[in-house]
Write a protein that binds this ligand. Structure first.
Ligand code: DGL
Length: 278
């Protein structure tokens, strides 16, 4: 009798908010975060919006990025999302405070994973690779200043990588020319950590790893922020009673670009297994 009462109560406590969770990125990058969310939150529905028509954001001004991100957020809210994940470091840096003030759903952000990277042992450097915009925007500079030794971090804007990844290119040796352009002056330095500070980069984690292996000394590890962001999303859903406890993950894809040619790339990225450090 008592058991049955407990069971009833449990059933009553289950939440069933079937509304989707919105995921946003300037293009395909957010799929690296969404693939983690799909694994961790298997009952949730997702709507992904990639602003591929306006990507890359990384070479744009802060004001432009804010305007584009705000209209993307409006698009997702019109589609009835119960929470919004800005799965883009660049868009987060430029817009998160404005979005949180303006929207009445929880907004989950993304930031380069320099916190865990700076906690790693060693006397080598932490290389933080991101878009040009992320490295300059105040939000990232403030995060950097909060690190125990900001001078350990070398922040590098890697223009050019996103354009190539957007075309579905991820092969190991396909990025050496761009990486040389941004990193050759640091060759030979000891690297303890490499932060993938743009959500597009996890798709070329292996290419970046090989590049550092070839040109830098030290036993570097790769860090990316997707797991941290999805764990935060999970906490927010629970805390706000927004979880969907029963159902199967559905993903709907929207883009401001050419959906027909982009959908297959999106699907391939979504099913690529996350890179594991050796
Ligand atoms: N994926 C985005 C990020 O995490 C930026 C890509 C772009 O330049 O549009 O920063």
């Amino acid at each position: 009798m008592i058991l049955r009462a407990v069971e009833c109560e449990k059933r009553y406590l289950k939440t069933m908010d079937k509304r989707p969770i919105g995921f946003f990125d300037s293009g395909m990058g957010g799929a690296s975060v969404l693939r983690v969310a799909i694994r961790m939150l298997q009952n949730e529905n997702f709507i992904y919006y990639g602003d591929n028509g306006n990507a890359p954001y990384g070479d744009r001004s802060e004001a432009e990025i804010l305007a584009l991100t705000s209209s993307a957020a409006d698009f997702l809210l019109e589609h009835g999302v119960k929470a919004l994940v800005i799965a883009c470091n660049t868009a987060t840096s430029a817009s998160i405070n404005v979005l949180r003030d303006k929207l009445d759903v929880p907004v989950i952000s993304m930031e380069p994973a320099i916190k865990p990277a700076c906690m790693c042992d060693g006397d080598g450097k932490v290389f933080m690779l991101a878009t040009e915009a992320t490295t300059h925007i105040r939000r990232y500079r403030a995060l950097l200043e909060r690190m125990p030794d900001p001078s350990r971090v070398i922040s590098i804007g890697c223009s050019g990588l996103v354009d190539r990844i957007e075309r579905g290119i991820v092969e190991d040796n396909a990025f050496d020319d761009i990486l040389d352009e941004h990193l050759s002056k640091y060759h030979g330095i000891k690297a303890d950590a490499v932060v993938l500070g743009c959500t597009h980069y996890p798709f070329i984690a292996s290419a970046i790893d090989c590049y550092f292996e070839k040109h830098f000394s030290g036993e570097h590890r790769l860090y990316d922020g997707s797991m941290g962001t999805v764990s935060q999303l999970n906490r927010v859903l629970k805390r706000s009673g927004l979880e969907n406890d029963s159902g199967t993950a559905q993903v709907e894809f929207f883009t401001s670009g050419d959906a027909e040619s982009l959908r297959p790339i999106f699907k391939r990225f979504l099913t690529m297994p996350p890179y594991e450090n050796k």
